[in-house]
Write a new protein. Structure first.
Length: 269
């Protein structure tokens, strides 16, 4: 069984960002695990360009000429950064299993109800209790290509096309109901926004997040600040890391002193 990692990115602006920021980490990981990286830079369904969000094209990865020789595909969104210490997700999968990661809403639980509402156009029988984040998944041509194609063809609805969900809800539902499958931990689809919302936007929190996880997903926007920090960490620029930590500590102390002084002034008045 031949496997590949697949990424799709379209539009000059997004291709440039991908090549500048994410592609090197994908190529490094591809070489590390000896699995080819296939980068598709076009709509697989050309007739959908301008009509459907590019996210829908992931459902057609088995239809692309670039993947015709592969049996197992690992899809990753173009805004996922793979760390040097990332483990091989294929080691956790079997040929006939799908592999997905739960949508990480820790710290943003208020989105959970809205997530489940996106299943409203799916059959009511055996709906999952949460959605998977389809920025990462592993599927097989034999078991899942028909499912992906059917989701693409049967859910061409304005609700899905123009909401933030896109294909996520119906794909989650139909893969979930095609057993067997394997759910991996958040390390394989670690969402930056969720982590920083829960833990705080300090560099130290981001550093711990980076060291713990494998596939870092900048869903909701990359933010130059955090991408800069990723590269800083990877280049082992310890002096800069220390500088940032010292700066954060100093800032916290200064803010504490200011608040204390203001409190004392108010009490004296």
């Amino acid at each position: 069984m031949k496997s590949a990692i697949v990424v799709l990115v379209v539009g000059e602006k997004y291709i440039q960002e991908y090549n500048l920021t994410f592609r090197a980490s994908h190529e490094r990981f591809s070489k590390k695990i000896n699995i080819p990286l296939v980068v598709i830079q076009r709509y697989i369904d050309a007739s959908a360009e301008g009509l459907r969000h590019p996210a829908w094209q992931k459902l057609l990865i088995f239809e692309a000429i670039e993947t015709k020789d592969y049996d197992i595909l690992c899809w990753i969104d173009a805004d996922i950064y793979i760390t040097p210490h990332a483990k091989n997700p294929f080691d956790y999968s079997k040929d006939d299993h799908w592999v997905m990661v739960k949508n990480d809403l820790r710290g943003m639980e208020y989105y959970l109800e809205g997530d489940l509402k996106k299943l409203q156009f799916c059959p009511e029988v055996n709906r999952p209790g949460y959605l998977y984040n389809t920025g990462f998944f592993i599927v097989s041509r034999k078991q899942h290509s028909v499912i992906l194609k059917q989701v693409y063809e049967n859910y061409n609805l304005q609700y899905f096309n123009f909401s933030n969900s896109f294909e996520q809800a119906p794909l989650s539902y139909h893969l979930f109901n095609k057993q067997p499958g394997k759910e991996l931990g958040f390390q394989f689809n670690a969402q930056v926004l969720s982590h920083l919302t829960r833990k705080g936007y300090s560099f130290w929190n981001f550093y711990k997040f980076y060291k713990k996880n494998y596939f870092i997903h900048f869903v909701g926007g990359t933010g130059d600040f955090w991408l800069e920090k990723v590269l800083m960490i990877e280049n082992v620029q310890l002096n800069k890391i220390v500088e940032h930590l010292v700066f954060e500590i100093k800032t916290s102390v200064v803010n504490f002193i200011k608040k204390s002084n203001n409190y004392i002034k108010r009490r004296l008045v």
